[in-house]
Design a protein around this ligand. Structure first.
Ligand SMILES: Cc1cc2nc3c(=O)[nH]c(=O)nc-3n(C[C@H](O)[C@H](O)[C@H](O)COP(=O)(O)OP(=O)(O)OC[C@H]3O[C@@H](n4cnc5c(N)ncnc54)[C@H](O)[C@@H]3O)c2cc1C
Length: 383
């Protein structure tokens, strides 16, 4: 693995940071307070290439490499995790499975609009009764002539109220993962209902929704992959999604480092800058080491993806470490800021609230440990 970035990678990163510093950072506190980002940002994310990063040029994307994708996610995470979620889900959790498992017709229909920000995607796996145990989901898709009729509900769906298309995981067969299929469902289909979930601890600018399908009719051409392949599609997609979450967490840690460093140098107590106190330096040093360690684990996983090598365990390690590091770093950054860290005049309070979900979604920390433990021992803790 070569840690030296190419000129193109450095240039993309610089352009991404400058654009986010100008377009997102000045507004993130207001969006957080309003519990709604300005959705006109979505077109901007498309124009900047964020939404088409891993989509090939022939489908309207920029066909970037995976390390560039990880760096883009880091910059997005440093700027605002709510905005990062829009990109991670639409480009990553929806664009990528369409690219990997879709028919040519599905690719032509959805990839260009997703890459440009003309359309947004959401990923409907979790249900009220099935989170970590997603293979037991109960939404059903029943054949009816040449169509399927989908009935059920989904919970905690990122982009849910904004999306134009949803990858819906529904049961077409018997119990367990093998009975699950995936469908590309336009959200304006009759019977497709969505309700925004308010009052989240973090990611407050992000639309998170509860979805309900009341006999939603889709043609057989909406099936993504084969019948019974849905769980494999979900897990393959989430493996890559974990690298995206990990990279976003690196951005949180980096943002905490920059904020804490700057504050410690300019704030004085006892007649000297906070940075003069060794106990404050210790906190900043701990954040700095976490930033490097999380970034290296994330880049290793991204590098394996780029080279088409097995990466699932490395993605779990990166996601586990980086998400826990983001919580640790944001907590320490609040400590460096003292009382000012507790109010939202500075970004660290929001970093802490946003970081907290990272150890929960796309596989909790406990689930990552079970996946890593299974790889180490050859023994599965799952049924
Ligand atoms: C803001 C937000 C956005 C989200 N976006 C999406 C989305 O876009 N699409 C989507 O499909 N889902 C989404 N989710 C759902 C998310 O992926 C789930 O919340 C997550 O998978 C955990 O499921 P759960 O909440 O049902 O918790 P549970 O599975 O009930 O877990 C509760 C606790 O039990 C532990 N636990 C569970 N099983 C085991 C086990 N076998 N061994 C040890 N411990 C275990 C967990 O680690 C956790 O600590 C989102 C969630 C949030 C909060």
């Amino acid at each position: 693995m070569d840690l030296a970035l190419t000129d193109d990678q450095r240039a993309f990163r610089q352009a991404a940071r400058e654009w986010l510093d100008a377009t997102v950072v000045p507004h993130r506190r207001d969006w957080d307070r309003a519990e709604q980002v300005d959705t006109s940002i979505i077109r901007g994310l498309g124009e900047m290439g964020f939404l088409g990063l891993t989509i090939p040029e022939e489908y309207g994307g920029i066909g970037g490499d995976y390390l560039t994708y990880a760096m883009a996610m880091e910059e997005l995470g440093r700027a605002d995790s709510s905005v990062r979620g829009i990109v991670s889900v639409s480009n990553g959790l929806v664009g990528k499975p369409i690219l990997g498992f879709g028919t040519e017709e599905q690719k032509q229909q959805w990839l260009r609009p997703i890459a440009t920000g003309e359309a947004l995607g959401c990923f409907g796996l979790t249900e009220a009764e099935t989170g970590s145990d997603a293979g037991s989901l109960s939404t059903r898709a029943v054949p009816d002539g040449s169509d399927y009729i989908i009935t059920g509900e989904k919970m905690f769906i990122t982009n849910g109220t904004w999306a134009d298309v949803c990858v819906v995981f529904a049961r077409t067969g018997g119990p367990g993962p093998k009975g699950v299929s995936a469908f590309l469902v336009p959200t304006d289909s009759p019977g497709f209902m969505r309700t925004e979930i308010k009052g989240k601890l973090g990611l407050r600018g992000q639309a998170t929704a509860q979805l309900a399908f009341d006999g939603v009719r889709v043609p057989a051409s909406a099936l993504l992959g084969q019948e019974g392949q849905g769980f494999t599609i979900a897990m393959t997609t989430l493996d890559k999604g974990r690298v995206s979450v990990a990279a976003g967490c690196v951005g949180i840690v980096q943002g905490c480092l920059e904020a804490a460093r700057e504050y410690a140098v300019q704030r004085t107590q006892f007649g000297r800058p906070l940075a003069k106190f060794q106990l404050v330096q210790e906190m900043i040093a701990d954040i700095s080491v976490d930033a490097d360690a999380a970034r290296l684990l994330t880049w290793r996983a991204a590098d394996l993806i780029e080279r088409h090598l097995p990466f699932g365990v490395e993605a779990s390690k990166a996601k586990l470490f980086a998400s826990e590091a983001a919580v640790r770093a944001a907590n320490l950054a609040v400590q460096v800021f003292g009382g000012y860290g507790y109010i939202d005049d500075y970004p660290v309070q929001k970093y802490l609230r946003d970081a907290r979900v990272m150890t929960l979604y796309e596989g909790t920390s406990q689930i990552q440990k079970l996946l890593i433990g299974r790889a180490e021992t050859g023994v599965s803790a799952f049924l």
